[in-house]
Design a protein around this ligand. Structure first.
Ligand code: NAP
Ligand code: SF4
Ligand code: SF4
Length: 381
């Protein structure tokens, strides 16, 4: 494992962090974490040198923090720092911070939280941060030692990112979506450099674009041929080759992924990629952006839908439908899309404001139905 200095905290963070948002689960229900397997993975990651664990109040329908707490209680707590997040969009009154933080400390079984993030800031949530005096509350939590360091995670345009960075003097770190497809998306490369220039450590989320970069569709995968590095390794090394990246969070879902990413992290180095590899990545990026795929990362923030549409699975089916031409297989993909209830979307818009990727979900669901010939309910006029 390699380590990088975490800004002014003076602490050295592992370049690979464990994101507890995509743990293995049972019965197709993310709330039912497969605890024995997920614990084996988390412990393996820590034994392999990972010392930054990222969770949130909402992950796995509220079960992720409790799971992390249980695993760490078993002797691992002292070896790691724990990051969790305050769901700004759930705030109804100034005192909610106190209540939610108390619940998080109990779930995590810790007396304090090392890294506390205001979750998923964008222009709207930044407004709520001000309205509900969240920074003032967070400062009292810092002063009383219940949280040690304050930061935020972010999903919006670059200008909003800069406004938030400049809007508070005491941020100690930030978390952004960044990978080689998102160089100019959200905070992007300019945001990464902006934060780093102000001395903030940057924690990267969605480094594999929710898994797409590790397992791209066949025509993109074919570009890799017999490359020395796997698609996942290449995408991770691309991040670590940049000095402004401090920790890369990976939401690993299987034990072999933990092993592969630990091995990648052992090689992490600024400037590790050759000129040829960087040119190859540029080519993959150009081709990937042409495919017409729906860039859903499967984060599930948009759920539940009042019409019970399984939105991320609908987009998975759409993206598969772009490539499957053989009739029988296409019919299977269409059936899969039907089972997600994509056709039942009433365009109520409830999901759209929750989507960190700002996807026009009803339009895209309609596009998926059209692509695969699935009938749709008429949205109310
Ligand atoms: N604050 C926020 O708003 C926010 C938003 C998103 C994420 N996060 C945090 O950031 C963490 C990282 O983001 P992410 O989970 O989206 O990361 P990611 O690395 O982009 O996607 C994770 C997915 O990549 C695949 N994967 C990982 N390693 C692989 C490997 N070696 N080979 C093949 N596939 C591999 C797995 O997909 P399969 O399941 O398909 O195998 C896994 O579920 C999250 O876990 C969460 O802690 C925060
Ligand atoms: S717009 Fe469609 S998919 Fe989104 S919440 Fe409403 S019914 Fe569900
Ligand atoms: S549609 Fe948006 S919120 Fe829903 S899973 Fe995809 S990226 Fe996440």
């Amino acid at each position: 494992m390699r380590y990088r200095r975490f800004g002014r905290t003076g602490w050295d963070a592992s370049v690979l962090g464990f994101g507890a948002m995509r743990l293995p689960y049972l019965n197709e229900d993310p709330a039912q974490i497969d605890e024995p397997e997920a614990a084996r993975m988390l412990r393996r990651a820590i034994d392999g040198g990972v010392n930054y664990i990222d969770t949130a109040y909402i992950y796995h329908s509220g079960q992720s923090e409790g799971f992390v707490g249980k695993v760490l209680a078993d002797g691992y707590r002292e070896r790691v720092k724990v990051a969790t997040k305050y769901p700004i969009w759930q705030i109804e009154k100034d005192s909610d911070g106190e209540r939610i933080l108390a619940e998080q400390l109990a779930r995590l079984q810790v007396p304090y939280i090392d890294f506390y993030l205001l979750h998923g800031l964008n222009a709207k949530e930044w407004g709520r941060v001000k309205e509900f005096r969240v920074l003032q509350w967070a400062e009292t939590a810092l002063a009383s030692g219940l949280i040690k360091h304050l930061g935020f995670s972010f999903h919006d345009r670059l200008e909003v990112f800069k406004e938030i960075i400049d809007g508070y003097d005491n941020w100690e770190f930030c978390q952004i979506q960044y990978n080689y497809l998102d160089i100019d998306y959200q905070a992007g490369r300019e945001g990464l450099r902006y934060a780093a220039a102000k001395g903030l450590p940057v924690v990267v989320m969605e480094p594999l674009r929710g898994g797409w970069l590790a397992a791209p569709p066949a025509p993109i995968r074919a570009l890799f041929g017999a490359k020395r590095r796997s698609p996942a390794d290449l995408a991770l090394q691309w991040l670590w080759s940049q000095p402004e990246v401090t920790v890369v969070l990976s939401g690993m879902s299987t034990f072999p992924q933990v092993e592969e990413n630990l091995a990648s992290a052992d090689q992490a180095k600024v400037g590790a990629l050759t000129k040829r590899e960087l040119t190859f990545i540029d080519g993959v990026r150009r081709e990937a952006l042409k495919t017409g795929w729906v860039p859903c990362t499967g984060c599930r923030y948009c759920l539940p839908c009042p019409s019970e549409v399984d939105i991320p699975t609908s987009f998975e089916a759409h993206n598969l439908g772009l490539y499957v031409t053989e009739e029988k297989r296409r019919a299977r993909v269409a059936k899969h899309l039907e089972s997600t209830k994509a056709g039942a979307c009433t365009a109520c818009g409830e999901c759209e404001e929750k989507c960190p990727q700002h996807l026009e979900i009803p339009k895209l669901l309609a596009r998926a139905c059209e692509l695969l010939g699935v009938a749709r309910a008429e949205p109310p006029s």
